[in-house]
Ligand binder design. Structure first.
Ligand code: ADP
Ligand code: MG
Length: 895
């Protein structure tokens, strides 16, 4: 009998090659198979008559192949054509020509006399009706007709090595044979109608379109419910953690508000009340503050810090870039020092726009070990001999050209003459590596093999040397320290002399999150893949941050310092510390941290946030974002945070007019700019740079700048880009703020948070190169004062997509509307990676289309947790599997 948990291998009727193809899709059990949901359905109950016109919608037709032919073009390229005729043609019937370009296999599958079903858009080509690259299926025998035809037929996501009909046939048979047991519902019956088993059958082979829709709703609700249970549990976990109240009486806040040159908007007041409530509670606050650019989030954040400071705690205020940190610092000093509050700025002076690469989500303890076995990445050889081709790669020296801030490197160091390291020596090496971890670099993973070492490290800033830009530890220096430190110790143990390490090493700059993850797993699997350790056997000289966690060093240290500081902030210590990410890496920053404000949250990685919240007792955390995200996404990506929204702009704002102009109209645009400059307004010119570190781009920036100086002569321009040293950047911004400069020619360094009310015009060059969200962000730099403001989007590439995109901005200045439109244009995946949220990918639900279902699922999950947060009641116990099995870890430390 087939049940849900049956392994497909045990079904003798599935041929082995098919099993392998299924496995490549991650399908191993009956359960996996039947939750491989159709991508769409085709109405094959009745086939329409063959069209005589072209149509925009794809249609599904059935007919007989009456002719096939192959034509060549452009040398070796081939077009295969199959002419299909309607089953019962009449005098007016037109045959349909199906064409495939360069698909040799199609030619082998279709022959004259066959009946086939095709799906595609009919197009008029000359006098013929053609379908190019239609999906097709050959009808082989009538017995199978009932599965594949004469019904609403499921079409599955395309799969290599498995045709639609084979896959459909297997799913059909498994569903036929499956018993009704084992389909235990994992959704409360109040949320869905009917049985899960029926819904699954109906999603594959529906009786009617209504039946399909009902089944889909059932399954989407189940899926969303599972997701929301996970989110609810994270949320519960974080509120259950030890926290403290960090809320003063509010006297200080009132003093501050009285001194403000404006009145708070109702939305700002509402949000402050929400935050105040959280600060006063003993559980840690985890709140997201969203509000459009210019809606006044900073004032709200300051209000929150004042409440914490008044209660005797320190507050941290973090911004994603140096410029912003310095701007915040200026503002805080201006507003708060009169109130007698000590504000400090702590940044390792550096250029930094991109920030560190996103880290992989923290591994569950032990889970790294599971993934160590397996394939995908070739193992390194343990014995490195210079004359062996694949060993040689470790001897090729590939030094990165420059040391990039926050770069992560994968490094391999070999021993001299493949000297074999004894177990003690390996331990010594590992200890040396750990010695510098979190002082000179952050280490993500390390593995000491018998004759070489792999590690993944990110050099840290050398210190808070405020002048230099290259304040990071150079990789070469770091490796030198590691080598000499360990060589010395090992030679001492082994009573040997002479060099231990090969001079040459192999290192590589990590380019993306994915790259990092791959390298990470590669390193962790190396002893097994290279055969140094047996499968299922532990290898002691492998290290990840998890291992360190188990050794209880780093966080314990944090815990100690923070309990020591449970009393009020000392009079010589700053009460508010403003900085960039670097704040997270400083060991000495806080004696008594009560509240952390993170501005422009999306620039901070999950791991960075985790670093903050991992402290004991947990500080209250307020994250702010000016990238409004559609509501359904808020319910998932930030589902475990409480959300406050500022949905109202301060009243004194001038209007922003947005206009898209073709580059050919630059002349007119320039004369407009001049009139505005003459009125005393200031101007931003933004141009896109792909990679700021590229030398060429710096040249381009300079050329751009020269050009603009000529165009705007005699108005004063300055150039701002990411490679300008921080102190100089600061001076440029100051001159602009004071009005000494009329126009700022800038890259997107300017993107977030810069606030100069008199800058009322923005011109964005090559606007098509930016995303909608980013354009909206940029536009938010103007319209900050009482003047009427303008945002001109210059674009020379007016494709249909760009026009649609840019038209959104002409149409609205509301960030939420922009975000919704962006979502429409690009699809949910792009807006914000769900990967960042650590949630499983959706199999059937659609975050946008099914927003209402998400809301219902969320309400159901929340109400269960509200009544029974530990899922102890008998009717809730079976929901535990939703939280444990899928994740194997709790999430409180991620968000
Ligand atoms: P954002 O939400 O983009 O961070 P800011 O906090 O930088 O916005 O605020 C933008 C500008 O609006 C600042 O100059 C700030 O002083 C001002 N502002 C904030 N709240 C109000 C208000 N209620 N009335 C008038 N101006 C305000
Ligand atoms: Mg801001």
């Amino acid at each position: 009998m087939t049940s849900v948990s049956t392994n497909l291998e045990d079904l003798s009727w599935i041929p082995r090659p098919r099993l392998l193809a299924l496995r490549r899709l991650g399908i191993e059990t009956a359960q996996d198979l039947v939750t491989h949901f159709p991508r769409r359905h085709e109405d094959r109950t009745e086939f329409p008559q063959f069209p005589r016109e072209e149509t925009d919608a794809a249609i599904c037709l059935c007919g007989e192949v009456i002719k096939t032919s192959v034509r060549r073009f452009g040398g070796w390229k081939k077009i295969f054509e199959a002419t299909v005729e309607e089953s019962q043609p009449n005098a007016l019937s037109e045959p349909l020509v199906c064409r495939w370009f360069n698909l040799h296999y199609v030619q082998k599958m279709i022959a004259t006399g066959q009946r086939i079903v095709v799906f595609g858009k009919p197009r008029l080509r000359g006098k013929r009706i053609c379908m190019d690259h239609p999906e097709f299926e050959v009808i082989e025998n009538d017995e199978e007709m009932s599965i594949h035809f004469r019904r609403i037929t499921p079409i599955y996501p395309a799969t290599e090595g498995l045709s639609q009909r084979v896959l459909r046939g297997i799913i059909y048979r498994v569903l036929q044979e499956a018993t009704d047991t084992g389909w235990e519902p994992i959704v409360p019956s109040t949320l869905v109608r009917g049985e899960r088993s029926d819904a699954i059958r109906a999603i594959h082979f529906p009786e009617s379109w209504e039946g399909r829709d009902a089944a889909r709703e059932h399954l989407v609700l189940s899926e969303f419910f599972a997701m929301q249970m996970l989110i609810a549990s994270r949320r519960f976990e974080s509120t259950a953690r030890a926290g403290q109240a960090h809320c003063g009486s509010g006297a200080l806040l009132n003093k501050f508000l009285k001194a403000l040159p404006f009145k708070l908007t109702a939305a700002q007041e509402k949000v402050i009340t929400e935050i105040r409530h959280d600060l006063a509670a003993s559980y840690p606050m985890n709140r997201l503050l969203q509000g459009d650019v210019g809606s006044g989030k900073t004032v709200v954040a300051i209000a929150a810090t004042l409440l914490a400071v008044e209660a005797g705690y320190q507050a941290a205020f973090m911004a994603p870039t140096q410029i912003l940190a310095e701007q915040h610092y200026e503002l805080l000093r201006r507003w708060l020092e009169p109130l007698g509050i000590r504000v400090a700025l702590r940044t390792a002076a550096r250029q930094e726009e991109s920030g560190p690469l996103p880290l992989f989500a923290p591994q569950a303890p032990g889970s790294a070990r599971v993934s160590r076995a397996g394939d995908g990445v070739a193992p390194s050889q343990t014995s490195l001999e210079a004359d062996r081709p694949n060993g040689a790669r470790y001897f090729r020296r590939r030094l990165p050209h420059f040391e990039k801030p926050w770069a992560i490197y994968a490094v391999t160091i070999g021993t001299k003459k493949n000297r074999c390291l004894s177990p003690e020596a390996r331990t010594t090496v590992l200890n040396s590596l750990r010695h510098f971890h979190k002082t000179r670099y952050e280490m993500f993973a390390a593995c000491v093999m018998p004759d070489h070492v792999h590690l993944l490290i990110q050099p840290w800033p050398k210190g808070d040397d405020d002048k230099a830009n290259t304040a990071f530890w150079p990789l070469s220096e770091l490796l030198h320290s590691i080598k000499s430190f360990s060589a010395h110790a090992i030679n001492e143990i082994e009573e040997k002399r002479g060099p231990l390490w090969e001079k040459e090493r192999f290192d590589r700059y990590i380019r993306s999150g994915r790259d990092l993850e791959e390298k990470f797993h590669y390193i962790l699997r190396n002893p097994w893949d290279a055969g140094v350790a047996k499968q299922n056997e532990d290898y002691r000289w492998i290290w990840t941050q998890d291992d360190e966690g188990r050794n209880e060093s780093s966080f314990r240290r944090d815990a100690e310092t923070s309990t020591r500081g449970a009393c009020a902030t000392q009079p010589d210590e700053p009460q508010i510390i403003v900085g960039t990410h670097a704040l997270l890496y400083e060991n000495v920053s806080f004696s008594n941290l009560g509240l952390a404000v993170i501005d422009e949250q999306h620039k901070f990685g999950v791991a960075q946030r985790a670093r903050l919240t991992a402290r004991e007792p947990a500080p209250d955390v307020l994250v702010m974002t000016a990238t409004p995200i559609p509501r359904t996404l808020t319910m998932t990506i930030y589902g475990d945070l409480d959300v406050s929204t500022i949905d109202e702009m301060p009243r004194n704002r001038g209007k922003i007019v947005t206009a898209v102009r073709d580059t050919s109209k630059l002349g007119e645009v320039l004369s407009f700019l001049r009139t505005e400059l003459e009125k005393g307004r200031q101007l931003y010119v933004i141009y896109p740079l792909i990679d700021e570190s590229d030398k060429l781009d710096v040249k381009a920036a300079a050329a751009e700048y020269e050009l603009w100086r000529e165009r705007l002569h005699p108005f004063r321009c300055e150039l701002l880009h990411g490679r300008i040293p921080a102190p100089e950047k600061q001076q440029i911004m100051d001159r602009f703020r004071r009005g000494d400069t009329n126009a700022l020619i800038s890259t997107t360094v300017l993107e977030v948070g810069v606030d100069v009310p008199n800058a009322a015009i923005m011109l964005i060059e090559n606007a098509e190169r930016f995303g909608l969200a980013q354009l909206h962000q940029l536009r938010g730099r103007v319209g900050r004062g009482e003047h009427k403001s303008y945002c001109i989007l210059l674009s020379s590439n007016q494709t249909k997509e760009t026009s649609a995109k840019l038209a959104v901005l002409e149409g609205t200045t509301n960030g939420f509307e922009v975000a919704e439109a962006d979502w429409d244009l690009r699809g949910p995946g792009d807006v914000l990676g769900t990967a960042q949220s650590g949630l499983p990918a959706l199999k059937i639900g659609n975050l946008k289309r099914d927003a209402e279902l998400m809301r219902r699922a969320r309400a159901a999950a929340m109400s269960i947790f509200a009544m029974d947060p530990r899922l102890e009641q008998s009717e809730n116990q079976h929901f535990r599997c939703l939280i444990v099995e899928q994740q194997g870890q709790s999430f409180s430390h991620i968000s």
